[in-house]
Design a protein around this ligand. Structure first.
Ligand code: BGC
Length: 259
């Protein structure tokens, strides 16, 4: 089968997941493939798995956009930080490495930026102008800032220093699991985090994503904020969908489409 659906691939700490995305529907065009992240998750090892994901989808053509997310700052194709991944990623020109390995144009972006684009295009922030902050609560805290629908990339507000510590070490959902916190206990930490965030940015809307957002009823009602705060709707699909959206718009901008 031949189609021009872009492929989104989300690289996480435990799994590497990909699917072709139907950009009309904002849905996966085929069932998602998930492969475990290699135990030693160096860029080379992860690239091998990404190649497996790409090869799995026989509809990927030479002109299909491919977008990949990484849980770190990605500037001009180069990974700059690695808070929760192997430190060997720092300084790696991941776009070049992937393009060489796949013989295909690739766009690599921060995971939270991709999830934010997914939510803005098809999910909880769809149709919201003004200042929107999408946060992802997982191993770390990812953030994506949009003003009037335009992404300010690599915002990294999960690493705000609050009460003398890196905020994600206290308020990410991994902290809840690690310290066996109840939802009300964890919500106190989220309250502190989101209050600082809203005092600094004055957003019009905050979206809460990450796997734990499926239980948002347990903690969002406990928060007392001036900013409307809502759960993500695409959940763990947001990164894949956003990566596909970004790869597709990069291709249009660069006129890479060869037909
Ligand atoms: C990283 C971010 C990432 C977030 C979520 C943070 O530790 O610094 O780049 O978006 O985790 O994975």
């Amino acid at each position: 089968m031949s189609t021009s659906h872009p492929l989104g691939i989300d690289v996480g700490g435990s799994g590497i997941k990909g699917a072709p995305v139907d950009l009309e529907a904002g849905e996966f065009a085929q069932k998602r493939l998930r492969i475990d992240t290699p135990a030693v998750s160096t860029p080379e090892a992860v690239c091998e798995v990404i190649k497996e994901v790409v090869d799995h989808f026989d509809e990927v053509r030479s002109d299909s956009p491919i977008g990949v997310t990484i849980p770190g700052v990605v500037q001009h194709g180069v990974v700059k930080t690695a808070a929760n991944i192997d430190k060997s990623w720092i300084g790696c020109h991941i776009e070049d490495l992937l393009e060489e390995r796949l013989q295909h144009d690739v766009v690599v972006v921060n995971d939270a930026d991709a999830a934010g684009v997914g939510e803005l295009t098809f999910g909880a922030a769809k149709g919201h102008d003004g200042l929107v902050v999408v946060t992802t609560l997982g191993t770390g805290i990812g953030t994506a800032i949009f003003n009037e629908g335009v992404l300010v990339p690599n915002s990294e507000l999960g690493h705000l220093e609050i009460d003398g510590v890196d905020a994600e070490t206290r308020a990410a959902s991994s902290a809840k699991t690690r310290e066996d916190l109840s939802y009300p206990e964890w919500a106190k930490r989220l309250q502190r985090y989101y209050r600082v965030l809203e005092d600094l940015l004055w957003p019009d809307l905050i979206v809460v994503g990450g796997g734990v957002s499926k239980d948002s009823d347990e903690f969002l009602p406990l928060l007392d904020l001036r900013t409307p705060i809502v759960p993500a709707v695409l959940r763990n699909k947001a990164g894949i969908i956003g990566a596909a959206v970004l790869a597709s718009s990069a291709q249009r901008r660069h006129g890479r489409h060869t037909g």
